[in-house]
Design a protein around this ligand. Structure first.
Ligand code: F6R
Length: 236
């Protein structure tokens, strides 16, 4: 994993958007893996600006989001469907049928997850996967565990993730306890991975420099990815 330290969040967002736009310009029909959370918001703002300036065109792009809470429908402002519409899809020209986000309302979650992985394979695999990282080292919603989970599946959120994400909800009790997340195997199969970490992630980024690979720090597996860059902003 190549860890690149950048000056601040603004620089991180500009750099990440540049990497994504270059990927799209190099391969207009590419497959992007996308993340939600606070960290990629600046990246999406930059991509929207670049789209408006005619620097990038998403008309042939396919996207797969990492995860979605269970039990929140698309119109729920806390859902990741809503987030993606607000921050990216509502402002750029990714075709509607090219957008994929796990369905947290699926009656048969297991079937939904299997189909999600199949759809990624059918699309030719992910060219560039964007990731944030949890304070506990989670990627997607793959929480610290005794084993790495390969495929997209339903996961139980840890108390620390529920605590970290309560800022988006009125009350901590409203944070869903489960989510659907791409698996570690699905993430590792992406041809390139770009991880974004703001200054609040200094501790976990330090751990990634030192720690050997363990499912207790899910992001530590990224050290074995052949093309993974982590952009770390040292200031807000
Ligand atoms: C979001 C996701 C999570 C976040 C992580 C960091 O789709 O899968 O892994 O990337 O929780 O979130 P922020 O950026 O809000 O600190």
């Amino acid at each position: 994993m190549n860890i690149v330290t950048v000056r601040d969040y603004r620089a991180l967002s500009g750099m990440a958007a540049g990497i994504i736009a270059s990927q799209v310009n190099r391969k207009p029909n590419c497959v992007l893996g996308l993340a939600t959370g606070s960290t990629p918001i600046g990246t999406y703002e930059n991509l929207v600006d670049m789209f408006r300036e005619g620097v990038v065109d998403f008309s042939k792009v396919t996207t797969f989001n990492l995860d979605e809470y269970c039990g929140l429908d698309e119109e729920n402002p806390q859902s990741y469907h809503y987030f993606m519409r607000e921050h990216l899809f509502g402002h750029v020209n990714v075709p509607e049928d090219g957008v994929h986000i796990p369905n947290g309302m699926a009656a048969d979650v297991e079937k939904e997850c299997g189909e999600y992985d199949e759809a990624i394979k059918r699309a030719g695999g992910i060219d560039l996967q964007l990731l944030g990282i949890g304070h506990n080292g989670h990627i997607g919603f793959n929480e610290p565990d005794d084993v790495f989970h390969d495929n997209t599946g339903m996961v139980r959120l840890t108390p620390s993730t529920i605590e970290a994400n309560k800022r988006f909800f009125d009350r901590v009790e409203d944070v869903p306890k489960t989510a659907v997340s791409m698996g570690i195997g699905t993430i590792m199969a992406a041809r390139e991975v770009l991880v974004l970490a703001g200054p609040d992630k200094a501790e976990i980024v330090e751990k990634l420099r030192e720690e050997s690979c363990s499912p207790r720090v899910p992001a530590s597996i990224l050290r074995y990815h052949p093309r993974c860059t982590l952009l770390f902003a040292t200031a807000k």
